[in-house]
Ligand binder design. Sequence first.
Ligand code: HEC
Ligand code: HEC
Length: 275
Amino acid sequence: MFEKLNLSSDTVNQLALLGAAMIIILTVFVAGKYIRQMKTDTSTGELSDENWDGIGEYKNSLPTGWAVSFVGTMIWSVWYWFVGYPLNAYSQIGEYNDEVKAYNAAYEAKWANPDHETLMGMGEGTFLVQCAPCHGIAGDGIDGKAQGFDKRMTEAQVLHVIENGQDQLKYPMGAMPAGMASGDDAKAIAKWIAGGMKGEKPAAFAACASCHGEDGTGLGGQAPNLSAYDDTLLSHVLEHGKTGMIGHMPAFNDGRITEIQKKAVATYIQSLKEN
Ligand code: HEC
Ligand code: HEC
């Protein structure tokens, strides 16, 4: 049920009613004045020489109020175009972008120091959404159409890089020149790397060690780690993308994945190998 309107105790309602009454009285008064004026007024001033079928025009100057408003509208339109809405002031897209920025900052702050378990969870989530469509839910590369993560690289992939060189990932070392090894040497190296760098190291790997390090881990981020998908490698691949022997891996450098998510995906991908 609605409450009964109680005027005697409600000052806000009283004021509103008073205001409404004032507006009605003023309107009646002003309208009456102008209607009377229209009935009795006669026009004055000097007529121009031309007339059209007896209808003439006065040469009166512009009413000041009208002229001021006219110039005012022009000034306002300039202000509106360059300063006012919608060019520089509030916009829904701007508000959305601000909210996204604030959300991302809060996200980064919240996950600044994640433990291993958190990284695994976050990495799995990110992987399933962003990477699994190509790499497969299990990270097995869906019949060789993308990288499988059970090992760092296949023998054929390593051979391809040795033969062709590579310049895509923008490591501090720069490009990898083609033909650092050839023939049986190259095959032996490729087999050894694809096998997880276990067993006897081929002597010819010396040609690679100067850049990738004796243990193949990339001299602390100077060149790609050949033994594991470490954080550095993942960052370079996601930042620049890679077109290799298998195909094209798109870059993820448009903010779809944050720094912490890159780290998380790296952690998760390394775990795929262990399983
Ligand atoms: C002059 C330094 C240098 C030498 C010598 C070198 N590499 Fe590289 N290698 C690099 C760099 C730098 C990259 C990253 C290239 C890029 O930006 O795409 C790389 C990339 C690779 C990759 C691809 C990694 C990936 O994830 O895409 C493989 C595999 C590789 N090297 C194997 C070898 C092998 C095997 C040898 C020896 C036969 C060798 N490299 C010799 C510097 C070198
Ligand atoms: C559109 C398909 C596609 C998507 C999506 C994709 N990848 Fe890839 N990825 C590829 C292909 C194809 C390759 C093989 C490139 C090559 O031939 O070396 C690859 C290669 C890789 C490699 C190996 C690169 C190297 O040098 O050894 C890594 C690591 C990788 N992807 C990680 C990811 C991660 C992490 C995601 C999700 C954030 C992702 N990829 C999303 C297609 C994709």
